[in-house]
Design a protein. Structure first.
Lengths: 122, 835
């Protein structure tokens, strides 16, 4: 069974920085949204948390491509993460969470796991 | 058939090399191999021992690993020295047991000779041979101010350099009338002395020490036979080595008159089952105190044990090339011209500090030896002439004249015969290199891995690279200097493309001259080039995505994702009021505060969104950005100079502030540091900076391309007694030439070391304008200084730029949740992971 998800508006086009990333706060924690205008699709979203340091910094890394795949380099220890899959190029056992992201008019929508409010508390 | 036992005594460089050779040979199958080492550590690279003081660890220097030994089935017993040898019963004993052998190899090396001077057992007297020795010296130096090396030979000078690196005032005491008496002649020794003294090491020649007693102002006092004396906190003896032949002596093997285990051409001693290699072996009345001959002996012995009847050690070349305290010294073959009929050609430029001497045969056809001081650029060529007996040109003096004054160009790799020895440590010839290239090695690294060339003493690194490059080129292989997969150009090429074509954005550059979208290698490199060329704000929309996070947010990211802030404090001079502002801001934002090595204040722990607020306050108080985040000028450190100091001869603070204001903001391939000292006492440590200025009675002396940190390098003296204007002009030119020609992330020290032609070439370009570009370099620097803007001022005033500093764009008030803090010594710091 597919987990239930929902789409949330997290920011607007004006908030994005071309060829770079910004961070948004979601129910699922901090998420980095990247805008690479020379690619199609141009929007990518991955967890903002750098798995190697635990710091919320990935949106502040340098973006680009390696062997054609879109990447961001962690600003702390410089590992590269594939923006499509979240896999770390230097150590493929490490992977950051990826999110589906959409442009809806002027709004950027992000798909996160739907957190069911616990109806009954023990 | 049961296996025989081979015992190797000594796990040093040569013993290890022997094992590497022997276990790979068929003969190894006949033996169980047992190795004893007196030292606690596995064999390490003693040649590079001094690097232990500049950051290398035993692991870095180790020649093999315990795993390698066990994988080869070799039993390694470290920290277990052999105390007796019984030849009749073919057994050796150690404090831990007794072991039988069929064949025995002595690879016990040598030990430092300590002259029998009264008081030499004092606990602050040392030798310089093992890692343990260096640990002891380091511990002693911690509390000391000065150190003396007894012995002005090759090792002694290296030890003096090490003492300088440990922060001691170093002295060298030599019995002979000159330094390096074995390798150098009177003129060469005198020049070396002059250069070394210029670097602050004090040299005392013709001094015989009679006693070491308690000192008055330092720990020790050395009394000399001429009734003079010297006080010092520690002493390192480096008065020569003696072969470690104790086991051979006590078991009545044949020993040389002055020590050393006598061996024949097969490296076998007077007992046919006992062999000796390395520095303990005496061959043809000679001990070889270098690693290359030891390696040759090791290879010979391995072949002998494989019953190769032709294997023979036939002597070795003792030529040496080194950099002592940053001064080039080379000595080749018969350096003193002792061959009958030998003739000399000397070139002595006292102005430039270069001395070269060639010793040629009576018929003038071959080179017998040479001495070089101050500049080793002729070494490789001369060595090749001497080793390979290449016929000298008709005017042999052209080989040592400076280029442009009739000097011949260096002997290119093409001119070398196939048999030319490139790496003497591992006995690799040019032919061997061609063979592995033909067998598929396509770059320097794989040639090194395959042949081991240049992995011994490292003296042949440059020559090897030339040979490999030239052979690859001949085979049509392009030598790859590409920046990354997006640009088939070096940084220097890109600089030209940007400049010549007036390119102002990364996008234009990559679409016209590259491929793909770029990456974290090329983007910051191009960002820095664009900044140098056009000096636009680094947060201009097109430039933002090019910058490292530190450049983008104009602060230094720390391990928990927060930033540190370093306002500029030119020359380290600050008013009490400004100091109070720093304190108040730090208090308000709860920032951890620390004084940096560059005489400024570092404020740690600011979140992204706090940065612009903090800077608003700092700017209002008159601060500017310190560029601590950028590949650009950091600080100009200064001493207090003649405004206060009774020794000062110039206003070092004033000059430092002037320099800092001129070069602030300049983008460079890497960070740039400067310092100004008010007199030769050098309290600002200017010689360890990229640009070091030291005041003289008549003006300023300029040192360039120094470095501190992990790979310390003394700056080279570039020009003397400059006026204020001449100083600025000279720095302008050097700094811009560096910015234009250096590779990505290349500090000036490494740039200088790789600059073809080195210091002399740089002097020609900058002081004599040999390329005719000085006017352009100055104009470029003037432009940059003229368009300077404080990046933080521009950023806080522009709402668009400030938007970048929101931690989460959708929730401005959200605080980064993972930042956990603790308090230590009264200040806040991140909780470390292990805690
Ligand atoms: C600071 C320094 C710089 C140098 N620079 C250069 C250079 O630039 N170029 C160059 O060519 N050479 C240089 N050398 C010399 C070079 O290091 C030696 O030539 C080389 O190490 C000799 O190797 P070896 O195996 O014969 O001796 P070692 O490397 O000294 O090894 C001998 C080993 O045997 C051990 N041993 C001795 N007796 C016993 C016993 N009874 N039982 C068990 N073990 C024993 C010793 O503890 C030692 O570990 C330098 C040396 C020093 C100290
Ligand atoms: S370098 Fe000279 S002028 Fe500067 S503080 Fe030291 S002694 Fe004084």
């Amino acid at each position: 069974m597919k987990a239930r998800t929902c789409w949330n508006a997290v920011c607007t086009v004006e908030d994005l920085v071309p060829e770079s990333g910004i961070a948004v706060w979601t129910e699922d924690g901090p998420v980095a949204v990247f805008y690479l205008p020379h690619r199609l699709p141009a929007l990518f979203a991955i967890s903002h948390t750098d798995p190697f340091s635990g710091a919320n910094v990935l949106a502040r890394g340098i973006t680009g491509d390696l062997k054609g795949e879109p990447i961001v380099a962690s600003p702390l220890y410089k590992q590269h993460f594939n923006l499509n899959t979240g896999v770390c190029l230097e150590d493929d056992s490490v992977r950051v969470k990826t999110y589906a992201v959409l442009l809806d008019g002027n709004r950027i929508l992000l798909e996160t796991a739907h957190k069911q409010r616990e109806a009954v508390a023990a | 058939m049961s296996k025989k036992t081979l015992i190797v005594i000594g796990n040093g460089m040569v013993g290890h090399h022997f094992l590497e050779q022997f276990v790979a040979s068929p003969g190894a199958a006949e033996y169980d191999i047992l190795v004893f080492g007196e030292e606690k550590q596995l064999a390490y690279d003693r040649v590079h021992l001094s690097e232990y003081f500049t950051g290398s660890t035993h692991a870095d220097l180790a020649m093999g690993t315990a795993d390698w030994y066990s994988a080869q089935g070799v039993e390694l017993r470290l920290d277990e020295s052999v105390t007796t040898l019984n030849r009749d019963r073919k057994r050796v004993t150690t404090p831990k047991g007794e072991y039988g052998y069929d064949e025995l190899v002595l690879a016990t090396g040598s030990f430092p000779f300590v002259p029998p001077i009264e008081g030499r057992e004092h606990p602050h007297c040392f030798v310089y041979r093992t890692l343990d020795d260096l640990d002891a010296i380091r511990a002693s130096a911690r509390e000391g101010k000065s150190g003396v090396v007894v012995g002005g030979g090759l090792l002694g000078l290296e030890a003096a350099n090490a003492l300088t690196n440990l922060g001691l005032q170093a002295h060298v005491v030599e019995f002979a009338p000159r330094l390096m008496p074995v390798q150098l002649d009177t003129d060469g020794g005198a020049l070396l002395r002059h250069k070394i003294e210029e670097l602050g090491v004090q040299v005392h020649t013709e001094k015989a020490t009679t006693a070491i007693v308690e000192g008055e102002n330092a720990r020790l006092r050395m009394n000399f036979s001429d009734d003079s004396h010297l006080e010092t906190d520690l002493i390192v003896f480096s008065a020569g080595i003696r072969p470690q032949d104790a086991l051979a002596r006590s078991s009545d093997l044949e020993i040389g008159e002055r020590g050393g285990v006598v061996v024949n051409d097969q490296c076998t001693t007077s007992d046919p089952h006992i062999h000796a290699i390395g520095e303990c072996a005496l061959w043809d009345q000679r001990i070889f105190g270098l690693v290359a001959p030891g390696y040759t002996m090791a290879r010979t012995l391995s072949a002998v044990l494989n019953r190769d009847r032709d294997a023979a050690f036939t002597g070795a070349d003792m030529s040496t090339k080194l950099k002592l305290l940053g001064v080039d010294v080379g000595s080749i073959g018969d350096a003193h011209g002792q061959t009958p009929g030998a003739r000399n050609i000397r070139f002595n430029d006292e102005q430039a500090g270069h001395y070269r001497r060639m010793v040629i045969s009576e018929d003038g056809k071959t080179l017998l030896g040479a001495i070089l001081v101050g500049d080793n650029s002729h070494y490789d060529t001369l060595l090749q002439y001497a080793l390979n007996g290449i016929a000298l040109p008709t005017n042999p003096e052209t080989l040592i004249l400076p280029e442009g004054q009739g000097g011949a160009p260096a002997l290119g790799p093409d001119a070398l015969p196939e048999t030319a020895s490139i790496c003497s440590c591992h006995n690799v010839t040019k032919g061997d290199i061609c063979n592995v290239i033909d067998a598929g090695c396509g770059d320097l690294a794989s040639v090194k891995a395959e042949t081991k060339a240049s992995t011994g003493c490292g003296g042949c690194t440059a020559l090897l690279k030339n040979v490999v490059d030239s052979e690859l080129e001949k085979r049509g292989v392009e030598v790859n200097t590409d920046l990354c997969e997006h640009f088939p150009y070096s940084r220097q090429d890109l600089f030209h493309l940007v400049k010549v074509n007036g390119i102002r954005t990364f996008r234009t550059l990559i679409s016209q001259h590259g491929r793909g979208q770029g990456c974290d290698i090329c983007k910051p490199a191009v960002g820095s080039i664009l900044a140098t060329c056009w000096n636009e704000h680094i947060l201009a929309t097109d430039h933002v995505p090019l910058q490292d996070t530190n450049d983008t947010f104009m602060a230094n990211m720390q391990k928990n994702g927060t930033y540190s802030i370093v306002p500029r404090i030119p020359g380290g001079e600050i008013t009490p009021d400004k100091l109070i502002v720093l304190g108040e801001v730090a208090k308000q934002y709860n920032l951890y505060t620390k004084i940096t090595g560059g005489q400024r204040v570092d404020l740690f722990g600011a979140t992204l969104s706090e940065l612009p607020e903090i800077w608003e306050q700092l700017i209002a108080a008159g601060f500017e950005t310190g560029h601590a985040y950028g590949k650009s000028l950091r600080t100009v450190k200064s001493c207090v100079g003649n405004t206060w100091c009774r020794y000062g001869v110039q206003d070092s603070v004033g000059m430092a502030i002037h320099l800092e204001n001129r070069y602030k903001g300049l983008r460079a391939p890497h960070k740039v540091k400067m310092a100004v000292s008010g007199c030769t006492r050098e309290c600002a440590e200017a010689q360890s900076k990229d640009f070091g200025v030291i005041a003289t009675e008549n003006g300023w002396n300029l040192f360039v391309c120094g470095n501190g940190g992990m790979r310390p390098r003394h700056g080279d003296l570039f020009a003397t007694d400059l006026s204020d204007e001449a100083l600025i002009r000279t720095i302008d030119r050097v700094v811009m030439f560096y910015v234009r020609t250096a590779d990505r992330l290349q500090r000036t020290s490494v740039w200088m070391e790789n600059l073809e032609g080195g210091l002399d070439y740089l002097k020609q370009v900058v002081l004599e304008d040999s390329l005719g570009i000085c006017a352009e370099l100055e104009e470029h620097m003037n432009n940059i200084a003229g368009t300077y803007q404080c990046e933080w001022k521009t950023a806080v005033e522009d709402p668009e730029k400030r938007k970048r500093f929101r931690e989460f764009v959708n929730l401005p008030q959200q605080i980064d949740p993972v930042q956990e803090w603790t308090t230590e010594r009264g200040q806040r710091r991140p909780v470390s992971e292990s805690a």
